[in-house]
Write a protein that binds this ligand. Structure first.
Ligand code: RNT
Ligand code: ZN
Length: 417
């Protein structure tokens, strides 16, 4: 019989050989906040208009697995179910399109009163996102739109969202992290490539200028390489967003790096150190691109582990706002959350369970052979034994215990929807 406690003890002895404090690694992994995106639960649908929930902006959910949340109450119920199996400090990440106004208001008129206090009552932190897509006024661009009236509408939306963020921060006592992502772009390469960028810059400037009194909001500016139907040109490219953040030189304006937003051979893990050379914080969107920005469920894969290793080794774990961003409609959506979020935290734990100081010493001493030997040795280290014990301690279920409960919930709740 597998005894979790005994396994943990054996793992502790394994790690002790290399001077690694397992309890401390668990403590840090547990207290690192992860912001769980609400939009996995309903395929980025939101609750504004029941008739038309078409997803626009060049992102796509694929699959038609039964049981998706149709109402805010169902979504909350599903999030609560998923959270049971996700150990550690959590925040919930909402999009503006998840407003719950009795009569939906337009995006430029949303306020805190259009959101419920559920997360606050649960003691969870709250993050927020303006929704600059899936809206009749977003077809020809949003913050970069050449039509001034349309652009001003989206500027008002950005302003409204920063105010909602301040309200969430006041209610939760935790900073609210807002992510600004605009899909603006072009299917063909435009003739005027700078005009839209100058307008996007001006729109962000206007949003921040109008909300200077907002103090407890962090603003991530998210770039992207391309979207579906917008293949040739993205206004908010990596260079644009990086330039904006660096030039703004404000503590609250930071880069968002989504792991699916780069060319397939480019990796976020290789970008972090350069950004941290010039910035104090980064917002991460942890996802999994499969050949494109497909937003597959986060895997416990080399890149996810490499990102967390970088953060730990640079001592930037507590400077990084970690959020998940994926939407798989082809599997049970609660399983998607549980797998993706557990993998994200497991990768943090694995990064902490390494002889990082020792490897740095070896490298500094020029012992490149030992450096490689250590790196390779730890790829098969017994992380799972520590992970199981930690999950059991937190009531999140060891191993795959969560799966049976999710299957039961699917049978009793999801399949009746
Ligand atoms: C899209 C961006 C963005 C969205 C969410 C829904 O490519 O990654 O972060 O996924 O805002
Ligand atoms: Zn993203």
């Amino acid at each position: 019989m597998y005894d979790v406690k005994e396994g943990y003890q054996a793992a502790k002895e394994f790690y002790a050989q290399y001077g690694i404090d397992v309890d401390e690694a668990v403590r840090i992994a547990d207290s690192t906040p992860i912001s769980m995106h609400c939009w996995q639960g309903d395929d980025v649908g939101g609750f504004e208009v029941s008739e038309d929930k078409s997803l626009t902006g060049g992102i796509q959910t694929t699959g038609n697995y039964p049981g998706k949340a149709r109402t805010a109450d169902e979504l909350r119920q599903d999030i609560e179910m998923a959270l049971k199996f996700i150990p550690g400090e959590m925040k919930i990440n909402l999009h503006a399109s998840y407003q719950e106004a009795d009569t939906p208001v337009d995006r430029d008129a949303i306020g805190p009163e259009h959101f419920k206090n559920w997360a606050v009552e649960k003691g969870l932190g709250l993050d927020f996102n303006p929704t600059y897509f899936s809206h009749p006024k977003s077809d020809k661009g949003t913050l970069s739109c050449a039509d001034e009236e349309t652009r001003q509408f989206w500027i008002r939306h950005g302003i409204a969202c920063r105010r909602i963020g301040q309200y969430f921060a006041d209610r939760t006592g935790k900073k609210c992290v807002i992510n600004h992502w605009t899909p603006d772009g072009d299917k063909e390469f435009p003739v005027d490539t700078i005009g839209p960028r100058l307008r996007l810059k001006d729109s962000y400037d206007q949003i921040f200028k109008a909300t200077e009194d907002v103090k407890d909001v962090i603003d991530g500016i998210e770039s992207k390489v391309f979207g579906i139907g917008l293949e040739s040109y993205t206004v908010g490219s990596h260079e644009f967003c990086m330039g904006y953040v660096m030039k703004a030189n404000k503590d609250h304006i930071i880069m968002t790096l989504d792991t699916g937003h780069y060319h397939p051979t480019e990796v976020v893990s290789a970008k972090l150190a350069s950004i941290y050379t010039f910035s104090d914080n980064v917002l991460l969107h942890v996802s999994r691109p499969v050949r494109w920005d497909s937003d597959h469920v986060v895997s416990y894969d080399e890149e996810t582990k490499a990102i967390m290793e970088e953060l730990v080794r640079m001592n930037k774990l507590d400077k990084t706002y970690i959020a998940t961003d994926f939407f798989d409609a082809s599997i049970n959506r609660i399983a998607a959350w549980a797998i993706g979020l557990r993998n994200t935290r497991k990768a943090i734990l694995a990064a902490l369970l390494q002889p990082n100081d020792k490897m740095k010493q070896l490298e500094a001493a020029g012992d490149v052979s030992a450096r490689l030997a250590y790196k390779e040795e730890f790829k098969a280290a017994p992380v799972a034994l520590v992970w199981d014990y930690y999950c059991e301690q937190k009531g999140a279920g060891k191993g795959l215990e969560w799966l049976a409960e999710v299957q039961k919930y699917e049978k009793e709740v999801l399949s009746r929807r």
